[in-house]
Structures are given as C-alpha cells and as structure tokens.
Design a binder for this molecule. Structure first.
Ligand code: ADP
Ligand code: MG
Length: 425
C-alpha cells in the first residue's frame, strides 16, 4: 500500500498553523473593528487571475510608495510532497508537467452537477494534467505525489496557497503583517465564486474588506470617475491567459453601475499560444519528419518558446524561436512573423470581438457605439496589436486606453481605493 506520507504531514502542519492563525486573527480582528477602520490596518489589494495573481499596496499605508508583485497562479506538489507556489511551481512544472495545478480559478464556487458549471468543470478536466473528482457535489483537485496516498483539495484551498504567497511577499516588502485585502473579482461572478474567493482569503489569513468588480478597479485606475465627471459609458475588455470578459459600465451621478457583462471562460492567451504550437508541430513533421505531438517534454519547451515569441510580436514584426536539442538532438530554429501569428489566430481574435459585441447588444448600445466614452483594455493579451486594432475598428477608430500595463491595472485600481475608499462612490 502506498504510504500515507508527505502530504498528510504537510497538511497536518498547515492545519495546526491555520488553527493558530485563525485564533490569533479572531482576537486581533476584533480589536481592529473596535479601534480602527479596517483600512488603518495593513490592507492590500489582491487580484486572483486565472493565469497570474497580483498584490499591491502602500509601504507606509498612506499612498506614498506603492508596491506591486505578481506571481503565476500555479501550484505544484513535488515528488516528496513539498508544495511549490508561483514561479517555483511553474519552473518545476516545466520539467514535471504532471505535477502542475493551474486553471483552478475557473473551479471556484462551481457545482459538479449544475447545468452551466458542469460544462466548465468538464472542459477544465480536458485541459489540465490533474484529476478532478466529485465530493458532495464539489469538484475537487486530486493530488498524488510519488508514493503518497492521493489527497483532494477544493479550488479555495489551492487559491489560498496563492493568496498566502502574495501575503508573505507583501509582508516581506512592507515589514508588517497583512490581515486585510480588497479582492477583485470578474464582473460575471455570482455569489458562489465570490464567496469562494472570500473563503480562500480567510484560509490564508486575509480577510476581505471588500469584493470589487475588476472593471470598476480598472475604471478607477484610469481615473474615469474624474474624466467622465458625473456620467458617461465605458467598455472594459479583459483578455487574460485563459478567459475573456467584456463589460459595459456607466457612471450615474458619479457612481459606477453595470449595463452588461459577457464572458468566455475558455478564450485567452493560452489558446493563442496553442495555435502557434500546433503550427510548429506540423512544420517540424514536414521539415524534419519528426512527430512531437505526444512528446510531453518537447511540447512543453515549444510552448514556452511560443508564448515568448507571441509577446515579442506585440512590439516587433518578427520573433525568433530557438530551442537547443528539441527532439533527437534536433536544434529548433524558426522565425514567426506577426502576420503569420495574426493569421493563425484570426478566428479567435474575431471571437473576442463577438464577445464585446454581445456585451454591447445587451447594453443596447451596439447601434450607438459613439455613446461609449471610454474603452479600457485589461489583461495581458490585450497587448496584442491586432486585438487593439479590431477593438478600435469596432468603435470607428476611437482611441483605446492602454497606457497602464493591462495585466497590472486591476490591482492598481483596487490599491487606489485603499487610500480613497469612496472613489467609486
Ligand atoms: P489573468 O489576469 O487572466 O490571470 P493576465 O492578465 O496576467 O491573465 O494575462 C496573461 C496572458 O497575457 C498570458 O497568456 C500571456 O502570454 C499574455 N501576455 C502577457 N504579455 C503579453 C504581451 N506583451 N503580448 C501578448 N500577450 C501577452
Ligand atoms: Mg489579471
């Protein structure tokens, strides 16, 4: 029988630690509510992304020096049960693809047998290396390090590891305890995933002072409440690594409200990378007579190179891919042009615009596109020039706001609210 080892020990330790943490948290949290408003204690802004998660705040709690840190939303269990989080997990997974846990944000608050959730859970299952099992109608992530008994974790527990890592990083940076956070959540979230995110924070010892909609955070970062004064409309398009969301919001008497939101839980940078990977797998087959489709290691190396090339193509027209001894001693050397990249992803980019259009239709603005005063692009994939161009075309050439780094803007906006708690009304 497999020993009930590593993880057991690890999780017992964590459980005791958690208990201690919760005990100390409860007493001190009570003190805080008595003596301070929560934002007098160290509050940070946390954005859990499907691909990357960020924390931002102020080193002195007073809007003097701001810090921001992001890590990949990845967790990995090594063979001996050690838990890796963020960059360490991603690096470990690059050589041990089976150990990676990613894409779990989509599972937050999902029920196994709910009509819509089931579809998402089934699709997640097809794209990740870990196993999902049902327990009390919840999808649980099954982890089985070498020689250990399998353990199941809820998406909240895995998310809590990411939050704990961000918390530690923030504490190291500011030299004080972090016990509260504003959490940003996608606009389409209903109560279940919102509460799951809040609970993940609690597990990590970080209490949510507020759950803030991502598009509002972006609007705050761009100062729309000042720019539009009392009223106006904005379209926020988020294209991240795995998901896309389009929302139309409006400022009425200085307060943000939503007209509509549309999201696609399986559309983003990972899909764009996959198209490049498929292209080169085919090319290698034709040029060198080698099929790497089932070679996990070669595939993994190629994927990393393709993502890098994609990023390069956001600012240049050509990107070089070079992988030493990719397969059977073959050194892989190819060029990818921006034009080819756009051709490979043409239909996916149109899907992004179709999503945007659906949000506009729902807001009854698709025939009155000039009534959209501001267009905000958020999420790393909106750095792709073709996506920016298609959005501009949709709005008859109107300029888009992309001056702030799109993969950081949500956390920045949420952090701005730490010092101006009423900025969004
Ligand atoms: P999420 O918030 O969904 O976790 P991010 O906003 O961090 O995701 O976006 C991550 C995605 O953005 C990845 O697919 C990454 O490859 C892509 N990305 C990051 N920078 C660029 C860039 N310069 N050009 C194109 N894509 C990029
Ligand atoms: Mg993000």
């Amino acid at each position: 029988m497999a020993p009930d080892c590593c993880l057991d020990r690890a999780s017992t330790g964590v459980a005791i630690l958690l208990l201690l943490l919760l005990l100390s948290l409860d007493a001190s949290a009570l003190m805080d509510t008595v003596h301070h408003r929560p934002w007098d204690a160290t509050v940070v802004a946390i954005d859990i992304g499907n691909t990357n998660s960020c924390v931002a705040g102020y080193t002195d709690g007073r809007a003097q020096t701001m810090f921001q840190l992001c890590i990949p939303s990845w967790v990995a269990f090594t063979g001996n049960g050690t838990l890796l989080v963020g960059d360490d997990a991603r690096n470990h997974a690059a050589v041990n693809p089976g150990s990676a846990i990613f894409g779990f944000k989509r599972l937050l608050g999902k029920r196994w047998n709910h009509w819509y959730d089931t579809e998402v859970v089934q699709r997640v299952m097809k794209t990740v290396p870990y196993k999902l099992v049902e327990k009390n109608s919840n999808p649980l992530i099954q982890v089985k390090p070498n020689g250990c008994v399998a353990k199941e974790y809820g998406a909240e527990q895995i998310t809590a590891r990411i939050i704990a890592k961000l918390r530690e990083a923030a504490e190291a940076y500011i030299g004080r305890d972090v016990r509260y956070a504003i959490f940003t959540v996608p606009q389409h979230y209903n109560q279940a995933p919102t509460e799951s995110t809040r609970y993940a924070g609690q597990i990590a010892g970080v209490r949510a002072t507020r759950m803030l909609d991502e598009p509002i955070a972006a609007a705050v970062a761009y100062g729309l409440h000042q720019k539009l004064r009392e009223e106006g409309n904005a379209l926020v398009l988020h294209v991240g690594g795995g998901t896309a969301e389009a929302s139309v919001l409006t400022l009425v008497d200085g307060v943000f409200q939503f007209y509509s939101a549309r999201h696609d839980p399986f559309l983003g940078g990972d899909d764009f990378d996959q198209r490049i990977v498929d292209h080169f797998v085919e090319l290698i087959k034709q040029k060198h007579g080698k099929d790497i489709s089932n070679d996990k290691e070669a595939h993994g190396k190629l994927r990393i190179a393709c993502e890098q090339a994609k990023k390069v193509l956001s600012t240049r027209r050509h990107a070089q891919l070079a992988i030493e001894s990719l397969v059977d001693g073959l050194d892989f050397m190819e060029t990818l042009t921006r034009a080819k990249f756009e051709e490979l992803n043409h239909d996916l980019f149109l899907k992004v615009i179709a999503l945007l259009d659906r949000a506009m239709v729902e807001a009854e603005l698709e025939k009155k596109r000039n009534m959209v005063d501001e267009i905000l692009l958020i999420g790393g994939s909106t750095m792709i020039p073709k996506i920016q161009r298609l959005v501009r075309n949709y709005f008859d050439g109107k300029e888009v706001n992309a001056s702030l780094k799109p993969d950081e803007v949500v956390t920045l906006g949420a952090a701005a609210l730490l010092t101006h708690p009423s900025a969004d009304g």
